[in-house]
Design a protein around this ligand. Structure first.
Ligand SMILES: Nc1ncnc2c1ncn2[C@@H]1O[C@H](COP(=O)(O)OP(=O)(O)OP(=O)(O)O)[C@@H](O)[C@H]1O
Length: 504
């Protein structure tokens, strides 16, 4: 990058406008990041810095890098570690909390939205338990790559402002270079934050937290007659739409615990996440997900379950609002029932768009299902099948690409006439339709082996070029560039393939 550490020292001013630090002391632990030996800036997100109204040059200065590494606390920053609980793979843990992150504070961006600025991998906190409070360069860059790719694809997500190496080793199964990620989010409130106070039976804190979340994310609920019900409805709607977006892109979150389910409706925590390659609804990537709990097709169920946990925590507020136990419970159920409706609507609209359809017919559902079943049987690549379908939409002679996605192209040939018949019922020209589809179906996604190759080069050789190259490709996911292979063959395919969960 052109911004280097050697520039003249420019004072770093971050216009912090903190609100979480004004909440009661039992919401967090005030703790500063732990300084590191030799911070080095690997990546600064200039576009995001601009959105946040931050001076990129000052951020890239030695003083700025020291702040991004956690070695120095910027003026106005009130670093803290947030308290939260969570269900992890179905098991409740009363206290998790930020064990390796520090919320530095909040800034109001140029878009008028209040954003958290948080360091991840910045040292131990009172919530660290046995952890070292640190992060390795690989996972930091993975989160950077995938979160920024998701943002470009229009998916609500936490963002990545910067990555720095610390000059210190972290010990996992082996010795790895340490790093710190600067994460930006509309907030870091989680379902687990509500569960933390619910587990303590602290209704006053729950009310305070809900009011804070309403003010920050669901202002429409503030004026509603039943504000807590309106709040729950808001979270249910946003999360239903979010999961539908994941499904449409073939994204598998991998660790949908309640502490990784945000109240703002953003994707958070890019641990074992991946984009599905060969289509199979029961695909999992996480090596610890033995039951397939967070498999591709189970994501809507998992989210619905997580939202039920949120509803449970605010039940006392709903009961009060409705004036009775039964009415409060009914209100929670009604709200949760909306999940399916919002999810299906978003998924079906999105799937129609992927197929190039702009109108709605009942038979569309079976058209979509039929294609997906054929893709599953044929192990067709999820992303490229839809992308190559765009070429087929431009004209019947353009179908060679999509046919080649199927081990036996006859499986596509049987489906194609139905699709063409359906397209013929709409008014778009083939060119218009193909162009529309190419804005919906990306060609470049963070392919697992490409991400792994970039992380390996950074970890083993401190070579950040593959990381930079990948970011550049992913910055224009819909524009096919001549000579730029969408799917370079993995060097060691066996290491990067997904598992298909086949249990019951
Ligand atoms: N190296 C570590 N040191 C201390 N605590 C850790 C470490 N790794 C994870 N934790 C804590 O374990 C819990 C679950 O970890 P998980 O991997 O879901 O979160 P994370 O990736 O650290 O953070 P986030 O959910 O904010 O992205 C959290 O409380 C987290 O802070």
């Amino acid at each position: 990058m052109s911004l280097t550490e050697d520039r003249d020292l420019k004072p770093l001013r971050i216009p912090f406008a903190n609100s979480y630090a004004r909440l009661p002391e039992n919401f967090y632990a005030r703790v500063a990041p732990t300084p590191v030996t030799t911070p080095r800036l690997v990546k600064l997100n200039l576009q995001l810095a601009d959105l946040l109204g931050l001076d990129a040059e000052a951020l890239a200065s030695p003083e700025g890098v020291a702040v991004l590494a956690g070695s120095r606390v910027a003026e106005g920053s009130e670093p803290l570690a947030m308290a939260y609980a969570g269900h992890q793979f179905g098991y409740f843990v009363r206290q998790l909390g930020d064990g390796r992150t520090n919320l530095l504070g909040e800034v109001v961006g140029r878009d008028g939205i209040r954003y958290d600025i948080q360091l991840k991998g910045s040292g131990r906190t009172p919530f660290s338990r046995n952890g070292d409070g640190r992060a390795a360069i690989g996972p930091v860059l993975r989160e950077y790559i995938v979160s920024e790719a998701m943002a470009t694809l229009g998916v609500p997500t936490t963002r990545s402002l910067a990555a720095v190496t610390t000059g210190q080793a972290v010990f996992r199964e082996t010795v790895l270079p340490g790093a710190v990620l600067t994460r930006v989010a509309a907030s870091h409130l989680r379902v687990g934050t509500f569960q933390y106070f619910f587990a303590q039976g602290d209704v006053a804190a729950l009310r305070r937290l809900a009011d804070y979340a309403i003010e920050r994310h669901y202002s429409e609920a503030a004026t509603a007659t039943r504000r807590y019900r309106a709040f729950l409805d808001g979270v249910v709607t946003r999360q239903a739409k979010l999961v539908a977006q994941w499904m449409l892109l073939g994204f598998i979150h991998g660790v949908m615990n309640t502490d990784n389910t945000s109240i703002s409706g953003e994707t958070i925590d890019y641990g074992p996440c991946a984009f599905m390659e060969a289509y199979h609804p029961r695909t999992v990537f996480s090596s610890i997900d033995h039951q397939g709990r967070y498999s591709y097709s189970n994501q809507p169920n998992a989210m619905h379950w997580n939202l039920a946990r949120l509803a449970e925590t605010i039940l006392p507020l709903l009961v009060e609002e409705e004036g009775g136990d039964e009415a409060g419970l009914a209100s929670a159920y009604e709200s949760l029932e909306q999940f399916g409706k919002h999810y299906e609507a978003a998924l079906n609209t999105g799937m129609r768009r992927k197929l190039g359809l702009t109108t709605e017919q009942e038979s569309d559902t079976s058209l979509i299902e039929d294609l997906l079943n054929r893709m599953m049987e044929q192990r067709a690549d999820y992303t490229l099948t839809f992308r190559r379908l765009c070429d087929a939409a431009a004209g019947a002679e353009g179908n060679a690409g999509v046919r080649s996605m199927f081990t036996s192209p006859a499986a596509f040939d049987e489906w194609e006439p139905r699709w063409r018949q359906r397209l013929a019922q709409e008014n778009l020209s083939p060119e218009e339709r193909a162009a529309l589809m190419r804005r919906t179906n990306p060609i470049y996604i963070p392919r697992n082996h490409l991400v792994e190759a970039a992380l390996e080069a950074a970890t083993e050789k401190q070579d950040f070029q593959p990381f930079e190259d990948l970011l550049q490709v992913l910055a224009q996911p819909y524009d096919e560039r001549p000579g730029l292979e969408p799917y370079a063959t993995p060097a060691r395919p066996e290491e990067y393939v997904s598992k298909t969960f086949c249990g019951t």
